[in-house]
Design a protein around this ligand. Structure first.
Ligand SMILES: [Zn+2]
Length: 554
């Protein structure tokens, strides 16, 4: 295929590694074979993968669509060429991920019925949004509404909104986010923990046997306006095929609706919100009922994770592994959209796939191998809600308790040579001192998460692995690039977010500079090699929200 790569089509011919990414010829941290393999990591290799994966012919790599399946086959083919062992289903590289697409149909009815007074029949999208997670064509709910404050049970913070109340068969009304605090020991202060995410609230309620949840949307607490709730809860939503308890009604209501619901139940919403901020809070039965008739279109489909393994060299340690992940899916084609309607996803996340493939290639050419095995997983359906990685976390090729570390790559911008690295979440693991030392050796300053309250840690695939206990974080560039000040990096980032992020404009351009992607690959290579060679497995810090899952898995 190299012959097709001509200057005439605007491409850049493969170039030697630019001097800017060359470091001193030895590493104090890595053995010689590892260092030599790492030095083969080449930004132009990453470019080729990005160019192909984001080509119009790949049709935006939609989950369950032809373009997505082509991307998966491409990645599997590369793994095979590198001589890696298949780690998917039945001796193949593909791990089937069963998915269900659910669309709430207009026949759905949703009404709040107080003990006295008239029922409120809510208007879809303007006043409420709801999905039936049970994946049935029709479900009916006629149940009392219990207010449970934030809907959080977090023993490590000595917080329990449920207080043992029996909520089986009930509908739970709750607030988004978590109790406000600046104390870093209490729900990590200003930073959002998983307890604050709406996904946790739905999951916890389902685990406790509730049939429905109504989340109260308040803009300042959600940190986004109702339009975001509305847009992300209209049309088809994808789920993994049912594996555990799920809600018949997973819904949000608009703040004014919540206010009226409280008033009709003889209560005051502001006081309810204030009451929820204390440990003494107890669930309150509103006496009002939710009567919902959910009508859904249920579409079964499937997609694949692409998983390969490089067996470790140590007789005992090779049963354990270090994992690398990057999602390959994007949004596909929107047929109803005029003009360019292909969501190429060059940055998001052909870049991560290019890095993953280059890492796989570099490990496969190493003259020596680390003790633990290395797993390479290109996951699907990230844009649908981290579904491919969730499936991988629940069905890992090596038990989760034996996976030392997951390093994830998502949307690594081809802006040039970085002087910073972002590893948010790494500081929560016992591996952090090594991450710091390695960053120093790579002359990369660690850039802290600028907005921990936005909860970015919970919005990429490493999180799916963290929640089954695996120490996991993403590696990305910061904002400071060689030859530019920080303002330049921030401006590039802003321009991307406004003009290309999740838009058809996220396309490959020949002038893209993959030196930074290569630097992030090298950094991750070195960290992964180290984690795969330690005598002991990595863990989460004491008291971390994922520590319990880690202990349970081991
Ligand atoms: Zn994305």
């Amino acid at each position: 295929m190299l012959g097709l790569w001509t200057m005439a089509e605007g491409g850049t011919p493969p170039a030697p590694i630019p001097a800017a990414t060359k470091r001193e010829a030895v590493s104090v941290r890595l053995p010689g074979a590892a260092f030599a393999a790492m030095e083969t990591i080449n930004p132009e290799h990453i470019r080729w993968h990005v160019r192909f994966l984001s080509h119009d012919l790949l049709e935006g790599r939609g989950t369950g669509q032809r373009g997505g399946d082509l991307a998966a086959e491409y990645i599997a083919t590369q793994f095979a060429e590198y001589g890696l062992k298949p780690a998917g289903d039945n001796g193949s590289y593909l791990q089937k991920v069963p998915l269900v697409g659910i669309t709430t149909l207009p026949e759905t009815k949703f009404s709040l019925t107080p003990k006295q007074g008239a029922a409120m029949n809510l208007k879809p999208l303007d006043e409420y949004v709801a999905y039936d997670q049970t994946q049935q064509a029709q479900s009916d709910v006629d149940a009392e509404i219990i207010y449970v404050g934030y809907g959080i049970e977090a023993p490590e913070y000595n917080w329990d909104d449920y207080k043992g109340a029996d909520v089986r068969g009930k509908v739970l009304l709750m607030l988004v986010n978590e109790p406000p605090s600046d104390d870093p020991k209490f729900f990590k202060g200003k930073a959002l923990t998983y307890y604050g995410r709406w996904t946790y609230k739905f999951e916890e309620a389902a685990r406790k046997g509730a049939v429905g949840v109504i989340l109260i949307h308040r803009e300042d607490m959600a940190s986004y306006p109702w339009e975001v709730v509305r847009n992300s809860n209209s049309g088809e939503k994808s789920y993994l095929k049912v594996e555990g308890p799920l809600l018949k009604v997973a819904s949000w209501v608009q703040l004014d609706v919540a206010r009226k619901l409280a008033a009709d139940s003889g209560m005051d919403l502001e006081k309810m919100i204030a009451d929820a901020r204390t440990r003494e809070f107890h669930p309150v039965n509103l006496g009002t009922k939710l009567k919902a008739h959910m009508v859904s279109n249920v579409r079964h489909f499937e997609s694949n994770n692409v998983v390969a393994m490089l067996p470790g060299s140590d007789r005992n340690l090779k049963e354990e592994a270090v994992m690398y992940t990057a999602h390959y899916d994007h949004f596909g084609i929107r047929p109803d959209m005029p003009g360019d309607n292909i969501f190429n996803g060059a940055a998001d996340n052909a870049t991560g796939c290019g890095i993953l493939l280059e890492l796989a290639r570099a490990f496969s050419v190493a003259k020596d191998r680390p003790g633990r095995s290395i797993i390479f997983a290109a996951v699907t359906a990230e844009e649908q809600g981290l579904l491919g990685s969730e499936y991988l976390g629940k069905h890992p090729p090596v038990p989760a308790g034996k996976i030392a570390l997951d390093l994830n790559y998502d949307d690594v911008q081809p802006f040039g040579a970085p002087e910073e690295v972002e590893v948010s979440g790494a500081e929560r693991t016992t591996f952090y001192p090594w991450v710091q030392a390695m960053a120093k050796e790579f002359r990369l300053a660690i850039r802290p998460d600028a907005r921990p309250e936005a909860g970015h840690f919970y919005r990429s695939d490493h999180f799916s692995l963290a929640r089954v206990g695996i120490p996991a974080f993403s590696i990305n560039e910061g904002m400071k690039f060689k030859g530019h000040d920080e303002a330049w990096g921030l401006a590039q980032d802003k321009e991307y977010t406004e003009k290309r992020y999740h838009q058809p404009g996220d396309e490959y351009r020949p002038e893209m500079d993959f030196v930074g992607d290569s630097a992030m690959a090298r950094f991750g290579f070195a960290l992964g090699w180290e984690a795969a060679s330690f005598t002991r497995l990595i863990g989460w810090q004491k008291g971390d929200e994922f520590e319990a899952a880690r202990i349970k898995s081991q």
